[in-house]
Structure formats: C-alpha cells, structure tokens
Design a protein around this ligand. Sequence first.
Ligand SMILES: [Zn+2]
Length: 134
Amino acid sequence: MGSNMDKPSIDRNKALQRMAELLRSGAVMLDQTCPICGLPLFKLRSGEIICPVHGSIRVVSTESEAISATTEAVLDELEKHVAYKVSELIREVSAGELELSDKYDDILKLLDIIEKIRRIKGLSRPSSSAEGKK
Ligand SMILES: [Zn+2]
C-alpha cells in the first residue's frame, strides 16, 4: 500500500479550523485530550464532549460502561446459577439422596467459583464495602 502510512495523519490546519469554529460556537476547551489523536477535547453547550477531529468521544465511554454493565450482569447470573447448584446439592445431601462425601469436592469447587466471581465483581466496583454483610 502507500508509504509513510504508519501514523494516522491528521490535518492540523483542518483541526485548528475546527477548534476555532467550536470556540466560536460557544464550546469550551477542556484540559482532557482525545485518546486517539491527543488534541484537546471540547465541551459543547449541549454538554456533549467532542474531539475536533473524531467528533463525539462520548460513544467510547458509553460503550465501556455498557460492557462493564454487561459483565456484571453475566457475573450476577453465573453467581446465581452456582449458588443454586450449591443449595441443590446441599438439599439432596440433607434429604439423604446423596452422600456428602461424594459431593464434597463438587460443593467446594462451586464455592470456589462463587468466591472468584465475588472477587472479580469487587475489582470492577470501586467500593462495595458500604453494602451490608450477612
Ligand atoms: Zn481525536
């Protein structure tokens, strides 16, 4: 393909022109920079944050928020399933349908999974210590 294409080329003049337009339209220059091109970001009067070259960068944060929300939902779901499986095993053991010694390893493995899920959720959540513990 072409030469000198290892860096994404940004038309500086175009960017500066765009920045001037933004300022003229009442946008405020922020001290944050675009993660893609490093240009200063602008806050429009609508509250939207945009890069003069790449436009709205809000999409990115919304996307990562959506991903972490999905991850949490999946972990919640998984934890629920595993917890249910544990309670089912315990119920069968106490009902005499199963020997505890037969299922002991299984139960421990499931508890191990729950512990890991909780640890991952704790990592993705800044402060969960405020929640009441049983
Ligand atoms: Zn940019």
